[in-house]
Design a protein around this ligand. Structure first.
Ligand SMILES: C[S@@+](CC[C@H](N)C(=O)[O-])C[C@H]1O[C@@H](n2cnc3c(N)ncnc32)[C@H](O)[C@@H]1O
Length: 278
């Protein structure tokens, strides 16, 4: 059905162009129910660029030099919903089970490497950083690689600044320890302390890219609420690439509505949406 009750017309063929473009570029599957979303998010770009409508916008995107506009389409289409300590049981498992194991296993190197893949605006890696900082001594070398395809969310993440409404998932004790409250013109905002940020490196990365640019292996990977947007072959390829990127016995954490059942047999389930590489 053509969406035409608004300023622009999104013809079926235009929508199919965006479906193909987004799936090829990002792995994200856009079905018919996303038509309104595509319309509303991309019509903002059309307006900002002063174009006449979707056909002119598609002509622009077909131009080989329109790489920046392709980034704008991807940033507009991604769903970035996230929260501090989202799916709290993952953080409890890390604190109570995984970190004690890693502290024993890595006692000689005193090194821990983590990847937050699809980190959105940073709440996930900062939550992880709080747990690690609270449980590892200053002599430990721990780092979190935090990546996302969406360059806008990475800028928010790097700023470490959040509105006060966003921090409800952080306990009062942690808020006191890890956040600075804004005053005057910054009241209503909080900033995560720099010492946590220093353990995290935020980088743009499309998970569909081959090969990935990092060479080292990770003790555990968070890829939560990301594969839900991919089709089955893409999910399988991705989680199998994660297995190659994990150390022996490395862990993979996925989102609450995701599962590796019938996706791959390279992991054992060790908890609710928590997997260990076989
Ligand atoms: C719903 S958010 C999840 C954020 C966080 N992991 C959480 O669970 O709260 C999904 C994120 O995955 C990112 N994403 C989607 N496709 C991607 C791809 N092909 N490569 C890298 N990131 C991608 C989106 O930009 C978005 O920020």
């Amino acid at each position: 059905m053509t969406v035409m009750n608004r300023q622009y017309t999104l013809a079926d063929s235009d929508f199919e162009f965006f479906q193909r473009l987004i799936t090829v570029q990002t792995g994200i599957v856009i079905n018919e129910t996303k038509k309104e979303l595509v319309y509303s998010r991309l019509s903002k770009r059309i307006r900002a660029l002063g174009l006449s409508g979707f056909s002119e916008y598609i002509d622009l995107l077909r131009n080989v030099d329109s790489k920046d506009e392709l980034v704008a389409v991807i940033n507009a289409i991604t769903t970035n919903l996230t929260a501090f300590f989202r799916e709290e049981h993952h953080f409890e498992y890390i604190e109570q089970t995984l970190l004690p194991e890693l502290i024993r296993k890595n006692r000689n190197s005193k090194k821990i490497r983590i990847w937050s893949a699809g980190c959105s605006t940073g709440e996930e890696p900062y939550s992880l950083a709080m747990v690690l900082a609270e449980n590892l001594g200053a002599d430990w070398d721990w780092k979190i690689l935090a990546t996302d395809i969406d360059t806008d969310v990475l800028n928010t993440a790097r700023s470490r600044i959040y509105s006060a409404e966003r921090i409800t998932g952080i306990s009062a004790e942690r808020q006191k320890r890890w956040l600075k409250k804004g005053t005057g013109p910054n009241s209503g905002l909080v900033q995560i302390k720099k010492e946590l940020g220093e353990h995290i490196s935020f980088n743009p990365l499309n998970l569909m890219d081959r090969p990935w640019p990092m060479s080292g292996k990770f003790d555990f990977i968070f890829c939560r609420n990301v594969i839900i947007y991919f089709d089955m072959p893409t999910k399988t390829k991705l989680v199998e690439r994660y297995a190659d990127q994990l150390v022996d016995d490395g862990h993979l954490f996925i989102g609450h509505s995701e599962s590796l059942f019938q996706v791959t047999d390279r992991y054992d389930s060790v908890g609710n949406t928590i997997y260990r590489k076989r």
